[in-house]
Write a protein that binds this ligand. Structure first.
Ligand SMILES: *Cc1c(COP(=O)(O)O)cnc(C)c1O
Length: 494
């Protein structure tokens, strides 16, 4: 029996995993969720003997049940290969009492690679399975890291085009350079005059525009999404939580069944939702700590039960978390509403009309395993500096938000459970903020001098992804107003 997927906003027409991956977003604007969350079939002892690829298969086969073993294994082999600079794929580094789960060893040195190196293969396999003849157009909004990871994943993948929108003044120098130097005849990169939420809203509007869909269909195109709303993004992210727990167990850092906490620097709520799904599958996880930067809409939500996006949008040194509408939260809302699609629809309508909604007491009760915290800019910088001075380990700004929240949580609660901190980007990707946090004396240096200094300071090699863009030519120069996104897409495709 196949595990089916339904929209968070209606109970009609559950579809297979491959169809859900192809569609991205449901027609009613909802997100696809599995009808039930499967339990792990292997014991922790058995899982601890598996490498990353084998673990990926054991986890993903339970969710993507309409993929054959051969199809799924082929996707996994193509994704988690020498594009990663370590065979472990997602290594754990112990520093100052916590375990940093390094999710940045892929092609673009941020955690989006974990899912986006496999999504193109899942998507093209899903297209074949469902006899899709149309060319697939990936439409993506990015706060910086998704864009490049998606571009790298889809570049020159046959039968696909990829169009990426990013906030022109809302990403780091390195992030922008990574995107605008992207090679591949099927890649398009566009800066918009607006912030990430504008980009994401524009993309969502195009997905929901039936007229545009019909026009594209005539030309032989079909939209799909590489954003973290796609279930094909979420499922691969569950893998590393299973894998890292199994590794802690194998290395005798934890006893059998010992509960650990997981801290995740959060933006669109995809990564932490994956940790939650891992917990639902049976990984012994106690608390899930949702860490925000100054855009602390999620912190306020977990504190009060009120989600309110009507607030100032703040640009921070952790730009990939500068988000006010956290899309994947809808999947948690659906779950804690008792899988009630009508209730979810009502709340999401309130969000789009009033910019605000409030959940019930019962729903609040059902999300007790989540705890939230946030770190202000000064705390984030302080965390980078202190950890470096104490241990020599250098973390990026996003990871530092999580580390700061973790430190505060541990002090306030006395909870000393072993803890995994999701380390979502290489410090090289945010070299200026990282080096300034260590010492303001670096502020006068150019972007690549900083990278050299960071290498000396941390005793780590400069990643290939950074070496590459030092000399790469700019290939994309399009910029458009936030209300001209659809026009731009039509110009590209028609
Ligand atoms: C995308 C991103 C995040 C936020 O992850 P979500 O799944 O959107 O919550 C955190 N850190 C970095 C470096 C990212 O690229």
């Amino acid at each position: 029996m196949n595990l089916m997927y339904q929209s968070t906003r209606s109970n009609s027409e559950p579809i297979t995993a491959s169809k859900a991956i192809l569609k991205g977003l449901a027609d009613d604007g909802g997100l696809y969720v599995p009808k039930s969350i499967p339990k792990l079939e292997l014991s922790m002892k058995e899982l601890s003997d598996l490498n990353y690829q084998q673990t990926a298969y054991e986890v993903m086969k339970l969710f993507l049940t309409d993929f054959t073993e051969e199809e799924l294994k082929s996707c996994i082999e193509k994704a988690y290969d020498s594009k990663f600079d370590t065979e472990e794929i997602a290594p754990l580094v112990k520093a100052d009492g916590a375990y940093y789960l390094e999710l940045f060893h892929g092609a673009t040195i941020a955690f989006k690679d974990m899912a986006l190196s496999i999504l193109p293969h899942l998507l093209t396999t899903a297209a074949k399975k469902n006899q899709v003849q149309d060319e697939i157009v990936i439409l993506t909004a990015t706060s910086g890291d998704t864009g490049k990871a998606a571009l790298a994943g889809f570049a020159d993948v046959e039968g696909t085009k990829i169009i990426v929108f990013y906030p022109k003044d809302g990403v780091s120098v390195v992030q922008e350079k990574q995107m605008v130097t992207q090679k591949g005849d099927n890649t398009y990169v566009i800066g918009i005059r607006g912030n990430f939420d504008d980009a994401q809203n524009g993309v969502k509007a195009m997905f929901n525009n039936k007229e545009l869909g019909a026009k594209l269909k005539e030309k032989g195109y079909q939209f799909s999404s590489a954003n973290s709303i796609n279930i094909g993004r979420l499922v691969p992210q569950i893998v590393y939580y299973v894998y890292s727990y199994a590794n802690l167990y194998k290395n005798e850092e934890i006893a059998e069944g010992e509960k650990i906490n997981v801290v995740v620097p959060t933006g669109n709520f995809g990564n932490i939702l994956a940790a939650y799904y891992a917990k639902c599958m049976g990984v012994p996880i106690g608390k899930l700590l949702c860490a925000s930067n100054d855009n602390k809409v999620l912190f306020d939500f977990f504190q009060t039960g009120i989600y309110n996006k009507n607030r100032e949008f703040i640009l921070t040194s952790s730009p990939s978390m500068d988000i006010l509408i956290s899309s994947n939260l809808e999947r948690l809302i659906f779950q804690i509403a008792g899988e009630d699609a009508d209730k979810t629809l009502e709340l999401m309508k309130a969000l789009s009309t009033k910019g605000e909604y409030e959940i019930t007491e019962e729903m609040k009760f059902r999300m007790q395993e989540f705890t939230a915290g946030y770190a202000a800019e000064a705390e984030t910088a302080e965390t980078i500096k202190k950890l470096y001075e104490k241990t020599g380990y250098v973390i990026d700004t996003h990871t530092a938000v999580a580390a700061s929240v973790y430190n505060k949580y541990r002090t306030q609660t006395g909870d000393t459970s072993k803890t995994i901190i999701a380390s979502t980007a290489s410090p090289y990707k945010f070299a200026r903020s990282v080096m300034n946090a260590v010492d303001m004396k670096y502020d006068g240096l150019g972007e690549f001098e900083l990278v050299d200094e960071l290498s000396k300071l941390s005793g780590t090699d400069i990643p290939q992804a950074i070496e590459e863009i030092k000399t790469a030519a700019v290939l994309h120069t399009r910029v458009c107003d936030k209300d001209k996104m659809q026009e731009t897409v039509e110009n590209i495709l028609m």
